[in-house]
Design a protein around this ligand. Structure first.
Ligand SMILES: [Zn+2]
Length: 167
């Protein structure tokens, strides 16, 4: 326990930010990585400019080519393994090989592209990359104002950040 007290305690830039795995899982399931409520995509691979539920600016992501790289890596290894195994173990007719493997490859690649892009957006959000280094606009607006007449600093002060994080 003494080792833990020696490490410097630094407040995260966004205390309410979801952790990596939940954020990626939300993105994978076409949900906003921050709140998990609003939809992430407005079309197949078109990310909404902002979350309709919490206002997180999701349009600033830079997923770029990472989702297709990951899909190619996954599907290539899976279909390649299955193809090799079946062709070596069984006497598969040529017509079946020519229809099954391309169909399976296209179905898996098409089906995984949107979830994989969502997961990459969730990853960028969890690490605060690009435009994800700020709180969602609506969460900033919902910060309760000081009613006692005293001024404790700006809305992005550590006390306000701690209140938003619920700690
Ligand atoms: Zn949201």
């Amino acid at each position: 326990m003494d080792i833990l007290t020696d490490t410097p305690v630094t407040a995260p830039r966004i205390p309410a930010r979801a952790r990596l795995i939940p954020a990626m899982a939300r993105g994978f399931l076409n949900r906003c990585p921050h709140c998990g409520q609003g939809l992430l995509f407005e079309r197949f691979l078109k990310v909404r400019p902002e979350c309709e539920s919490c206002g997180l600016a999701t349009g600033s992501h830079r997923a770029d080519d990472l989702p297709p790289y990951l899909v190619i890596f996954l599907v290539g290894h899976l279909v390649g393994y299955l193809m090799l195994t079946f062709e070596m173990e069984y006497d598969v007719p040529l017509w079946l090989s020519l229809t099954l493997w391309p169909t399976l490859t296209l179905a898996l690649a098409g089906g995984l592209m949107q979830p994989m892009k969502g997961a990459v957006v969730g990853l960028q959000y969890a690490f605060g990359m690009h435009g994800f280094d700020r709180l969602p606009r609506r969460q900033e607006q919902q910060t309760p104002p000081h009613t006692d007449g005293t001024h404790h600093g700006s809305a992005d002060s550590p006390s306000a950040a701690a209140r938003l994080g619920g700690v």
